[in-house]
Write a protein that binds this ligand. Structure first.
Ligand SMILES: *[C@@H]1O[C@H](CO)[C@@H](O)[C@H](O)[C@H]1NC(C)=O
Length: 589
């Protein structure tokens, strides 16, 4: 072997070693966010000393940061400060009903191909079961911590959405626990308690109740959330819109609140000192940080023209009590605001103290993540059989029986062949709604029903918009020859979504005609199953004697098809749960 080939093979070996090491470091987790024990600097930094009280550590850290560094820590993609051994941090992660990849802080792949996808919140809320909500929170934060340890997620989750779902056309109503302030408050406190699993001052993950306040419009006939001014009386604010936020802060002890895009009584919520400093901090005593909705600080200047200059908008938000900007606006204009005398460094320090305190409560300044509580959580703690079973249980408890003139439950001996019809009959992603992640796996309604009986499948419409009725004949033939017919109809994100409100409450397109024609053709009983977040007026089916039963499944999550089949065949009894109160939502029924 010549000297050069020997050197070449050594280089190759070295490269291979580096490759193996970097792969194994992804496997074994992320390096410490700060205070790495292998960094010689750490010993000299008081903010790294875990035996000191957190407020002392926070003060020490703030004393070491320069003003430009501080300003770049006021935004969601917070800068690294290498001279103090601090890495960059992405604050934006989401976990509305399972770890989600909506925010840039979380991604799936490698050892974390998916996470347990629970039913959309509107479904889980329909269980009226506080212990279920808390348990789901605990499971979601187990999976979140596991993914954080693996370098795939953050520790600050901007969930839950506890806005009051007052306008039934709102595209984001699906994300919320509904229109009732008491129920929404209980949901907020329970889910947050589960997610944060606080022990003393310490947090497993930090939750965030959003979007404060009086927000239930996205885009309706040309009016959008960026321009919307909610006119709300003090009484309505206190009795309705703020109730879940108060419960979230006071009872759930949430670590964060997010203000909204819309204005309330002519002021952007993120620049209203009465709403932020006055109510959230002053009256409810938030122990945590207040964050803007994403780009909402920019929106109040660019779209709402709330101030004449951008630095005035920047100053107004921080003065009002905002601590963190989701978006770049504060990183760009805070310096100018200070130089113009609109804001002081002390104002910036107070904001940072609130965010850094939460990071310290999460253990982010305690060195090695693997040496911490939850440090053992990894890929094998995600999508476990227990977690998947809980997702199924939540769907079973959330499904609501709206009508039953005696045909439910179906019987496997009398209903040997079931026609499964409708645009939502074999869906997967539709079942998890929005602000979801990648599910562990799915059971569609068709698959779920097929586990009980022989099925004949006809979609009836090519999608939920159901713009044509040319396939209805096939559906009628299927119904005519089966022992029972299950129609799985409703909505999906093409009809109700963020940025998309509905204009009416009826089933889209020709869906109603499909239900009526199939019910008429059916040899056996016809059962209508609705998938939707917002309510649907199905009076036509209530009064149609050929539609013998109606179920509302919401968006029932990854195990939704199993749960629907379990309810249809009587394995689980939807009458056991409080359906009556939920039925009030369907006032036409
Ligand atoms: C609430 O949910 C839990 C967890 O699934 C379950 O054990 C309990 O029976 C439920 N409570 C009611 C009243 O159904």
């Amino acid at each position: 072997m010549s000297r050069t080939t020997k050197r070449d093979s050594l280089t190759l070996l070295l490269l291979l070693l580096i490759a193996i090491l970097s792969i194994s470091s992804v496997e074994s987790g992320r390096p410490p966010f700060a205070c790495d024990p292998r960094n010689g600097l750490t010993r000299s930094l008081r903010f790294c000393r875990t035996n000191l009280p957190i407020h002392v550590r926070v003060r020490d850290l703030l004393g070491r940061l320069t003003l430009p560094e501080k300003i770049r820590l006021l935004v969601n993609n917070a800068i690294d400060v290498p001279r103090l051994g601090i890495r960059g941090y992405e604050w934006w992660s989401e976990a509305l009903h399972g770890v989600s990849n909506v925010g840039p802080g979380t991604k799936f792949g490698g050892s974390f191909p998916g996470a347990t996808s629970f039913p959309q919140v509107i479904t889980t809320a329909a269980s009226f079961n506080e212990s279920l909500w808390e348990r789901i929170g605990q499971v979601v934060s187990d999976e979140a911590r596991a993914m954080y340890n693996g370098g795939m997620a953050g520790l600050t989750y901007w969930s839950p959405n506890v806005n009051i779902f007052r306008d039934p056309r709102w595209g984001r109503g699906q994300e919320t626990p509904g229109e009732d302030p008491v129920l929404a408050g209980k949901y907020a406190a329970s889910y947050v308690r589960g997610l944060q699993s606080a022990t003393g001052n310490r947090l497993k993950v930090a939750a965030c109740c959003k979007h404060y306040t009086a927000y239930d419009l996205d885009n309706w006939k040309g009016v959008d959330r960026f321009h919307f001014n909610a006119r709300v009386s003090k009484q309505d604010l206190a009795d309705t819109y703020n109730v879940p936020f108060k419960a979230c802060v006071v009872e759930g002890k949430v670590a964060s609140v997010m203000c909204s895009y819309n204005q309330v009584n002519g002021k952007p919520t993120c620049a209203d000192p009465d709403l932020l400093k006055g109510t959230i901090r002053g009256q409810w005593h938030l122990n945590g940080y207040i964050v803007s909705d994403c780009d909402s600080v920019g929106v109040m200047y660019d779209t709402q023209h709330f101030t004449v200059t951008p630095e005035e908008s920047a100053a107004a938000t921080i003065k009002a009590g905002l601590d963190l900007d989701c978006g770049p606006f504060l990183a760009i204009y805070t310096d100018l605001a200070i130089r113009r005398g609109l804001l002081t460094v002390t104002d910036v320090d107070m904001a940072l103290a609130n965010t850094v305190t939460v990071q310290m409560r999460l253990g982010m300044f305690d060195g090695e993540p693997s040496a911490q509580p939850y440090g053992h959580l990894g890929p094998r703690h995600v999508c476990t059989p227990d977690h998947k079973q809980l997702a199924l249980e939540a769907a079973r408890q959330g499904i609501v029986l709206l009508k039953n003139s005696g045909s439910l439950p179906l019987s496997t001996s009398r209903h040997r062949t079931v026609a499964v019809i409708g645009p939502n009959s074999d869906v997967t992603e539709t079942m998890i709604g929005n602000y979801a992640g990648v599910a562990c796996d799915y059971t569609s309604p068709l698959k779920g029903i097929s586990r009980y009986v022989r099925t004949v499948h006809q979609a009836g419409c090519s999608n939920v918009a159901c713009k044509a009725n040319n396939l209805f004949g096939f559906a009628e033939v299927a119904a005519r020859h089966a022992d029972a017919t299950v129609l799985i109809m409703g909505l999906d994100q093409s009809i109700e979504a963020e940025f998309k409100d509905r204009a009416g409450l009826l089933l889209p397109g020709y869906q109603q005609e499909l239900v009526t024609r199939v019910a008429q053709a059916s040899k056996g009983p016809t059962i209508l199953v609705l998938m939707s977040g917002g309510p649907i007026d199905v009076s036509f089916a209530k009064y149609d004697r050929r539609v013998s039963a109606i179920l509302w499944a919401g968006y029932p999550g990854q195990a939704g098809g199993t749960a629907i089949a379990d309810v249809l065949f009587g394995t689980t009894n939807p009458g056991k749960f409080n359906s009556l109160a939920q039925c009030r939502k369907y006032q036409t029924l």
